[in-house]
Write a protein that binds this ligand. Structure first.
Ligand code: 2OX
Length: 445
């Protein structure tokens, strides 16, 4: 039963314009967290903050004014936007999301709405403009991360309990709208805005504003892509309105987690953003716990694309503007794999065949070609494939060298695909050519 809403979803079902179709086909993306927190790297006074490094300002051992005065030290001397763009290109990403202002309120662009910005630092120069230009020239689409929650602004409120709260928060809303207008005006190449810091009651009570802000931003920047983390509906629901419809162009809730299966995606567009360490987005001198290997990240990428999503790997450059070695190596390894196997990732999505243990299926949205991205080769070297009804496997071959593989018919239209050499050292892709109807391969007599 649907309830009447003033500020619910603007559209039911996927956005199908050219900009969104391009977004849907990205496959692989990159997130970059750079800010004052990058200077500390998760440490202060030789103590290590074991929360997420970009949240160190919230640590009771670090006085707010000490953190806020870090702007006097912000000087990424070794920052080179071309190096950042080349690294992304080499990794094979097709979109990048960069922090313009994180929760701490420090702006990496010359905002005229607050002095807490990069022009007041020893570095002085705008970082966002050169980055947008460099990525744009590298053919990588740019999205701008913007935190609504802003710990530096006196008018920010976690909740609206009094009239005074609402008066202050109204000023804050105007400030927010002004900064967003400024970003879209200064950097018109931007394809979308990535909102964060919208989980508090103050914003949940501002559904009408978030609705009008979304519409305003799309009016001044047609085609702009905004995920589901911006809006709240009439009742403070986020991501999905009271009628279960997604508010936003894609579901932006998958932070460090991946849908278990296709049903969990509710048939919406979505992407998953993922840290290489267990948690922590800004640079941290000591990565706590497990660092995901390139193969773990490639498996997450394959799983996301197999479920019609994109996968976005986060990097946290150091305060000097360079990346730690481990991150460069990770980008390199993923890039090497993508060079050989990108056909199974770009412009590819969900295939409704039964999931098998050896890995993930993707189907090209361009030509319908089917890919098997294999991570787990069974002991007997036989990969089971159960096509949907009426689909038959005509041919199977390795993407990397076009080597045809033997296909053995089983019951119905199931087959075993036989692998000769079982000593695969890394995830690999098999291409399947299918035909409709008829017995595609000779059964073994
Ligand atoms: C993209 C990531 N989102 C920010 C974040 C998420 N959260 C958060 C807050 C409440 C519940 C769960 C997660 N806190 N900060 C992280 O700091 C990083 O920017």
């Amino acid at each position: 039963k649907q309830v009447p809403l003033q500020h619910g979803a603007h559209r039911i079902g996927k956005r199908t314009d050219a900009d969104m179709n391009r977004w849907r086909d990205y496959g692989l993306g990159e997130f970059i967290h750079m800010g004052l927190y990058s200077i500390l790297g998760g440490d202060y006074n030789s103590m290590h903050y074991d929360g997420a490094a970009e949240w160190i300002r919230s640590w009771n051992k670090l006085p707010h004014e000490v953190y806020d005065n870090l702007y006097k030290k912000f000087d990424p001397k070794n920052f080179d936007p071309e190096v950042w763009a080349r690294m992304a290109k080499n990794m094979g990403v097709r979109y990048v999301t960069i922090t313009t202002k994180h929760h701490d309120g420090f702006c990496l662009w010359p905002s005229k709405y607050t002095d807490f910005n990069i022009t007041k630092t020893p570095y002085k120069k705008d970082m966002i403009g050169p980055l947008v230009k460099a990525f744009d020239q590298a053919g990588i689409d740019v999205y701008l991360y913007f935190s609504v929650m802003d710990w530096h602004q006196a008018d920010w409120r976690y909740d609206l309990k009094t009239v005074a709260d609402s008066v202050a928060f109204n000023r804050f809303k105007t400030f927010t709208k002004n900064q967003l207008t400024e970003l879209l005006t200064l950097y018109p190449q931007t394809k979308g805005l990535w909102f964060d810091g919208t989980w508090d009651n103050s914003w949940k009570k501002s559904g009408a504003f978030s609705d009008s802000l979304d519409q305003y931003l799309k009016k001044i920047h047609p085609g702009l892509i905004i995920g589901s983390r911006l809006r709240a509906d009439d009742y403070g629901n986020r991501h999905f309105d009271a009628n279960g419809h997604l508010m936003g162009d894609y579901e932006q809730g998958w932070e460090r987690k991946i849908p278990s299966d296709y049903t969990a995606t509710r048939g919406n567009d979505w992407d998953c953003i993922m840290t290489i360490p267990q948690n922590g987005w800004g640079y941290s001198k000591t990565w706590m716990g497990h660092w995901k290997t390139p193969y773990e990240l490639i498996e997450m990428l394959a799983k996301c694309v197999s479920l019609d999503g994109n996968f976005v790997v986060n990097f946290g450059p150091k305060g000097d503007g360079t990346f730690r070695k481990k991150e460069l190596q990770t980008a390199d390894s993923i890039g090497a794999w993508m060079k050989v196997n990108h056909e199974a990732i770009y412009n590819a999505g969900y295939l409704n065949w039964t999931k098998q243990d050896w890995g993930y299926y993707t189907r090209s949205r361009k030509d319908g070609k089917i890919y098997m991205i294999v991570f787990n080769v069974p002991i007997n070297g036989a990969l089971k494939v159960s096509p949907a009804k009426k689909e038959h496997i005509k041919k199977a071959y390795l993407l990397q060298d076009n080597k045809t593989l033997h296909v053995e018919a089983l019951d119905g239209n199931d087959v075993f695909i036989q692998l000769e050499q079982k000593n695969q050292q890394e995830p690999f892709v098999i291409v399947l050519e299918t035909g409709q109807g008829g017995q595609a391969v000779e059964g073994e007599n």
